[in-house]
Write a protein that binds this ligand. Structure first.
Ligand SMILES: CC(C)(COP(=O)(O)OP(=O)(O)OC[C@H]1O[C@@H](n2cnc3c(N)ncnc32)[C@H](O)[C@@H]1OP(=O)(O)O)[C@@H](O)C(=O)NCCC(=O)NCCS
Length: 204
């Protein structure tokens, strides 16, 4: 299994993060070693600034991941608090990808709580920072979350994504099967409604 460990360390935050971002912008970003970690609720709170930056980057780049522009800080922080609470209760698994500068990717597995759905989970919030894309990071995150799903007995995964988005062919290439398309399901960051495709994958 790929390297995964639970961490509680602080990621670069606030001023330190701004300095690192400025450094990336000035010298050009070269990917350093990326470590993917399953994160605890406390570590998630400690990594809040990195998560805010990651989500902001994707939304400003046009990804439909639940938020609209302008990004409301309170809405974002309320979401991160809910995520930390669910991680603490064992209802959600979150993997973070970090390089030397901070958080560059994440993916969540929301574990279905119903007694008749213990074999099922939803993959959510697969995000890779724009500076780290097309280097195989989403592939690694999905490999690892699927491995964790198997280990926790979750053999049916579901997810949805904006129809014809960048993620659509990515999921198909990983064996996700289209269940159907729902028109006007979710808004893009500018608020315009777009169709969404629902996928599933049965893990073997
Ligand atoms: C979709 C996303 C997660 C892909 O992350 P990534 O780390 O760049 O993906 P990978 O490098 O692992 O790509 C694996 C393969 O997926 C496909 N792929 C990934 N991004 C693609 C793009 N923009 N256009 C076309 N194909 C793409 C390619 O086949 C790629 O292989 P290749 O680079 O050898 O051609 C990233 O673009 C992202 O975070 N987008 C915004 C958020 C989002 O839409 N998330 C999905 C929500 S459901």
């Amino acid at each position: 299994m790929p390297f995964i460990e639970e961490v509680t360390d602080e990621s670069a935050t606030g001023e330190a993060r701004e300095l690192l971002d400025a450094e990336r912008a000035s010298v050009g970003y070269v990917a350093s070693a990326v470590v993917i970690e399953q994160i605890s609720d406390d570590a998630l709170v400690a990594s809040r600034q990195g998560l805010r930056d990651l989500i902001r980057d994707s939304v400003e780049d046009g990804a439909s991941i639940g938020f609209v522009l302008p990004l409301d800080h309170e809405v974002l922080d309320a979401y991160l608090e809910r995520v930390a609470a669910e991680v603490g209760r064992g209802e959600r698994i979150v993997l973070l990808a970090r390089d030397g500068a901070g958080v560059v990717g994440m993916v969540h597995l929301a574990l279905v709580g119903w007694p008749n759905g213990q074999h099922r989970a939803e993959v959510q919030k697969l995000l890779v920072h724009t500076s780290a894309r097309r280097q195989g990071l989403a592939t690694q995150l999905m490999d690892e979350i699927e491995e964790l799903a198997r280990e926790t007995g979750r053999t049916l995964l579901v997810l949805d994504t904006i129809t014809a988005s960048d993620a659509d062919p990515f999921y198909r290439s990983r064996g996700y099967v289209e269940a159907g398309e729902i028109p006007d399901y979710a808004g893009m960051p500018d608020g315009v409604l777009a169709p969404t495709t629902v996928f599933y994958k049965q893990l073997v």
